[in-house]
Design a protein around this ligand. Structure first.
Ligand code: AMP
Ligand code: GLY
Length: 427
C-alpha cells in the first residue's frame, strides 16, 4: 500500500512511525512533513491547506490511503475532497469535523443529548456577552467558537478580565473569525484526562488514556501552549470512570453525531475534566492530540492501517484494539520563549543517540535539515518519548533521554508526570 500523511508536527511523526510498522505499507509520503518524518517517509512540499495540490498528488501517486491529521484541513473538508476524487481518506468529513471546528456546535450537541459538560451560553453579540458577564459567577471561561491553535480559551478570575476577554475575542478579533461567536461557560475544577478513540460512524473503541501539560512553565504557570508533555496511561482514569464515560459520554457522542446526519468516522479526542460531580467534557477534538499521540501510539499493538480502514469501512466492531501493558512519558523540548517569541535556526546535536534504542523515540515537531545537519524551526522542536514498565520508570527514562540532544535555546518543563507521584502516594 501507498500512504500519504497530511501534516508536519510531532503527532504526524508518531503516526508515520505507526504506519511504518505496518507490514501492509510499502511507501509513505508526508505533506509537508518535517526533518524527522523525512527519515521514514518521502516528504513533499505541499501545505496542509493546499487541497487541489494534495488531491492531484494523491491521484498521481495512486495513493491507497490518505491520513489527514491536523484540525484545519479536517475542518476545511480535505477528506471530502479526497473522497470526491475517489481516494480513500481517514478522518471525519467536514460536516463531522465541526465537532471540533465549532465550540458552540459541540456545546449545543452535548446539551441536546444530555452529555455531561460545563453549563454555558453561546453569544454572537458582544453587548449581550458583556451584559451576561455582569452577573456571571467567577471565575468564568470564555471560548472563541472556532479553531484558534488551542489559544482561544480565556479563564477569567475577575469581571474586568472577563470584559477584556470579550473585547479580545469578539471585537479585536485576536483569534480572527474564530471569535465571531463565543461560548461563555462555567469554570470547572478537577484533573484533566485526554481519551482518544477510533470511530467508524457507529462503533467507538477508545485508546489508552493520557494526560497533557498545557501551560508553558513548571507548576502549570505561564501561557497555554499546544502541550509541553504527556504521560500515558493516566492513573486517575479508573475502571469506574471509564465505565461511566463509555455509557454517558463516548457512545452517546457518536450516536448524537449520527442522529444529526453528521456520521463521524476518524478519531474523536475527548478532553475530560474529572470533577467532584463526575467526568465532564471540556472539549472535543476531531483528530489525534499532540503530544498525546506521542505517548499513545507507541503503546498500540494493532496495525494502525487495519484500524483506520475499519473506521472507513464501518467494521470497527470486528477490531480488537489493544495496548501494551506498559507506560510512556513524552517531554517536549521547546525553544525558550515559546509560545510567544523565540529564535529559530539553531543547530540540534545528539539526535543519533536515539538510533537502535527501541524504547526511546525522538519525534520531530519544528525541525529542518540542511546537508545532513538539523536545525530548530519552530516553538515546539522535539518530543522525547520513553517507554517503561510503569509510569515512574518511563518518566525517569524520558528525562534521561532529554539530555542526549542539545540546542542553544533548549527549554523544557521539569515536572512532566509529577502527578504520577501524587497518584502513588494516594494509592
Ligand atoms: P480547551 O481548548 O477547550 O480544552 O481549553 C483549554 C484548556 O482550558 C483546558 O485544557 C482546560 O485546562 C482549560 N479549560 C477549558 N474549559 C474549562 C472550564 N470550563 N473550566 C476550567 N478549565 C477549563
Ligand atoms: N494536546 C492537545 C491537543 O492536541 O489539542
Amino acid at each position: 500500500m501507498k500512504v500519504l500523511i497530511i501534516g508536519s508536527g510531532g503527532r504526524e511523526h508518531a503516526i508515520a512511525m505507526s504506519v511504518k510498522r505496518s507490514k501492509r505499507v510499502e511507501k509513505i509520503y508526508c505533506a509537508p512533513g518535517n526533518a524527522g518524518i523525512a527519515q521514514l517517509a518521502e516528504c513533499v512540499p505541499i501545505g496542509a491547506m493546499e487541497f487541489d495540490k494534495q488531491v492531484a498528488f494523491a491521484k498521481e501517486k495512486e495513493i491507497d490511503l490518505v491520513i489527514v491529521a491536523p484540525d484545519d484541513p479536517l475542518a476545511g473538508g480535505l477528506v471530502d475532497e479526497m473522497e470526491k476524487a475517489g481516494i480513500r481518506a481517514f478522518g471525519p468529513r467536514k460536516n463531522a469535523a465541526v465537532l471540533e471546528g465549532s465550540k458552540a456546535f459541540s456545546k449545543d450537541l452535548m446539551k441536546k443529548y444530555h452529555i455531561p459538560t460545563a453549563a454555558y451560553e453561546n453569544f454572537d453579540d458582544p453587548e449581550k456577552a458583556v451584559k451576561y458577564l455582569e452577573t456571571a459567577k467567577l471565575p468564568v471561561v470564555l471560548k472563541a467558537d472556532g479553531l484558534a491553535l488551542g489559544k482561544g480559551v480565556l479563564i477569567c478570575r475577575t469581571r474586568e478580565e472577563a470584559m477584556e476577554g470579550v473585547q479580545k475575542i469578539m471585537l479585536d478579533k485576536q483569534f480572527g473569525t474564530a471569535g465571531n461567536k463565543m461560548v461563555i461557560e462555567e469554570f470547572m475544577t478537577g484533573r484533566e484526562v485526554s481519551v482518544l478513540s477510533f470511530v467508524d460512524g457507529k462503533t467507538i473503541k477508545t485508546m489508552t488514556s493520557a494526560q497533557d501539560h498545557k501551560r508553558a512553565r513548571d507548576g502549570d504557570q505561564g501561557l497555554n501552549t499546544g502541550g509541553m508533555g504527556t504521560f500515558s496511561p493516566s492513573p486517575f482514569y479508573t475502571k469506574e470512570i471509564d465505565a461511566f464515560c463509555q455509557e454517558r459520554i463516548y457512545q452517546p457522542t457518536v450516536d448524537a453525531m449520527a442522529k444529526e446526519g453528521r456520521k463521524f468516522q476518524g478519531v474523536i479526542f475527548f478532553g475530560l475534566m474529572l470533577t467532584e460531580d463526575g467526568p465532564k467534557v471540556l472539549e472535543y477534538n476531531a483528530r489525534f492530540g499532540d503530544p498525546e499521540a506521542q505517548v499513545v501510539l507507541p503503546r498500540m499493538k494493532n496495525d494502525i492501517i487495519d484500524v483506520m480502514e475499519a473506521c472507513i469501512d464501518g467494521t470497527l466492531d470486528q477490531v480488537d484494539l489493544q495496548f501494551e501493558d506498559n507506560a510512556a512519558v513524552c517531554v517536549i523540548l521547546a525553544s525558550d520563549g515559546y509560545p510567544e517569541k523565540y529564535d529559530k535556526g539553531l543547530e540540534i546535536t545528539g539526535l543519533e543517540q536515539f538510533e537502535g534504542k527501541e524504547d526511546y523515540y525522538c519525534f520531530h515537531a519544528g525541525t529542518k535539515e540542511e546537508n545532513g545537519r538539523f536545525f530548530t524551526n519552530g516553538g515546539r522542536v522535539l518530543g522525547i518519548t520513553a517507554l517503561g514498565e510503569n509510569l515512574m520508570e518511563a518518566r525517569k527514562n524520558a528525562y534521561l533521554a532529554t539530555d542526549w540532544v542539545a540546542f542553544d535555546n533548549k527549554y523544557m518543563r521539569h515536572d512532566i508526570g509529577n502527578a504520577i507521584m501524587e497518584a502513588d502516594e494516594t494509592s
